[in-house]
Write a protein that binds this ligand. Sequence first.
Ligand code: ZN
Length: 324
Amino acid sequence: MKKEKRLNEAVFSVTKSDIEKINSYSLKPLSEEEVFVFSVILCDNEIDRDFERFSVESLKALKELFKGVTGIFDHSMRAENQTARIFDTELITDKERTTSAGEPYTYLKAHCYMLRNEKNKSLIAEIEAGIKREVSVSCSVKRAVCSVCKAENSSCSHRPGTQVEGRLCHRILYDAVDAYEWSFVAVPAQKGARVTKQFGKTEESKRGEKSVTDILKKLGEQKGETVLDAFETAQLKSYIATLERAAADGEHYKSSLMKKALSLSAVRLPKMDTAVFKTVLESLPAKDLEALVKGFADEDGLDFAPQLIPEAKTASPDNSGFRI
Ligand SMILES: [Zn+2]
């Protein structure tokens, strides 16, 4: 009750009970004067832009998972003393308001603190002035259930965002298992908090592809600093790991082609300087090496047909890669 009042009055005062909770997270005991306390809404049960909504059950789980999670504001916030931390969370139901899915509107509110120091001064001023308000969160859920037929993780043909029998098809999220990070959105005027969710296998890989394309686009478009949230960073890391594996496979295949070409050249071009020929081979792309090996082998049926190109490994994003 007290906290609600504080929010409505837009007064950012620190209570005794706040300090007790804050000190359970801080390394050294902090006094009321040393901290700045504010509240943010992390997520709710309204259908979002991705045509998904949290079940109240998953919001309850997130309420616990987000306790103690640090938030970031931009790159400079990654410094040790420039993070804000959630010291308390509450789930609030507004019975006056009904969601588009017909449930009472329920949201997860976080109480956060940050140190009052010189570095945080302008940021604190922005929060107090209401300029920094919207946050995005990164979390992980196990199940996304179709609102029409209750099928799990995209195993049905219903498409979220379409109308099915006069109702908006969407996915309901269950079993929240992790809360990674939260941050103020880069553009203050952006409407509504953005929620980044991560799903079980099928949905996850689909989402991974989409996100990486989006991230690369974002990196390409923006001049100057680009801010990536925890989920995007994890997606990018996972994507790089996949590329590294593919590159290693490619290298392996190329070196086996090189060996074949060299041993065939000993038969076909006995007078050729091996060292020179090796340098030439090294400069060739795998495709040309393949043609060369085939050409050498085909002539009178030498049994040196190149091995088939190994199937491209579409490694599914490694789950652990999403963890920061
Ligand atoms: Zn369905």
